[in-house]
Write a protein of this length. Structure first.
Ligand SMILES: Nc1ncnc2c1ncn2[C@@H]1O[C@H](COP(=O)(O)OP(=O)(O)O)[C@@H](O)[C@H]1O
Ligand SMILES: [Mg+2]
Length: 241
């Protein structure tokens, strides 16, 4: 059997040459200039910026200084990290992989309560992760459950919602590695739907990922970690009238 003929150069569809990039291309792909921007929030590992062109999106970039300080004190980790090509950006892959796994597998949860991940874009501060912004409904970022607890606003209703939230995440077989009240935002998603949303601390870290393999083992671990988190939280206060 003879191979099909290769298309000749003259038959190939003309590629647009010399055209200016379509408007909006740089706004989407980057590079996005964050040099003059002030972060809206900061965690232990990342800075969180407003996306300059899309109100419903945030850009997370790595805090390389914090990472250097962290690795400075951990020579073994520093040594083996040199074999991981994704380097500091491994967290993006873990989060994205967990997001894909839990949102595409059938589960008892209709919509997994997490801030959605859109992808990555180049920025002036390195590769940025594009994520759904959870807002406070007044133009600001949503407070986290940790913020609310600090302000004495960890109410009976919020505590019950938090119980339900982690039960839903366990039903969705979401693997959590950093269970923290500062990783749960309480506000409105991009569609304006109110609720609790997981913004960080998910993904599979160990080499032998037993909690990714077993929903039952994962549920047991989520519930154990959640019980420890609740024990660290203040007692719920009555709801305001
Ligand atoms: N999608 C989001 N919507 C609203 N606020 C967010 C979102 N993601 C992060 N934040 C805020 O930014 C803080 C730091 O982000 P986080 O992803 O937790 O960074 P780190 O990995 O450094 O802990 C969070 O504690 C939260 O206050
Ligand atoms: Mg965090």
């Amino acid at each position: 059997m003879s191979a099909p003929p290769l298309p000749s150069a003259s038959a190939a569809p003309a590629l647009p040459t010399g055209d200016a990039a379509a408007p909006g291309v740089q706004a989407v792909f980057g590079p996005i200039d964050l040099s003059g921007a002030t972060p809206l929030a900061q965690g232990g590992d990342r800075y969180v910026f407003q996306h300059p062109h899309e109100p419903g999106l945030l850009i997370k970039v790595m805090d390389m200084q914090a990472r250097a300080v962290y690795l400075q004190a951990r020579p073994f980790k520093r040594w083996y990290k040199q074999f991981q090509r994704e380097s500091a950006y491994r967290v993006y892959l873990n989060e994205f992989s967990e997001y894909v796994c839990t949102t595409t597998r059938p589960s008892g949860v209709w919509q997994v309560p997490m801030a959605r991940i859109l992808g990555a874009a180049q920025t002036s501060l390195g590769l940025g992760l594009l994520v759904e912004r959870i807002s406070d409904g007044n133009g600001g970022l949503a407070p986290t459950v940790a913020d609310l607890a600090r302000q004495g606003r960890f109410t009976v209703t919020l505590a019950a919602k938090l119980d339900e939230f982690f039960a839903d995440l366990a039903d969705a077989h979401l693997v959590i590695h950093d269970m923290s009240a500062s990783n749960v935002a309480c506000g409105y998603n991009a569609e304006g739907r109110p609720g609790l949303y997981l913004v960080d601390g998910f993904g599979v870290l160990p080499l032998i990922p037993i909690h990714a393999w077993s929903r039952w083992l994962n549920r047991r671990r989520v519930m154990r970690k959640y019980a420890a988190l609740r024990a660290r939280m203040p007692a719920p206060v009555p709801d305001p009238d």
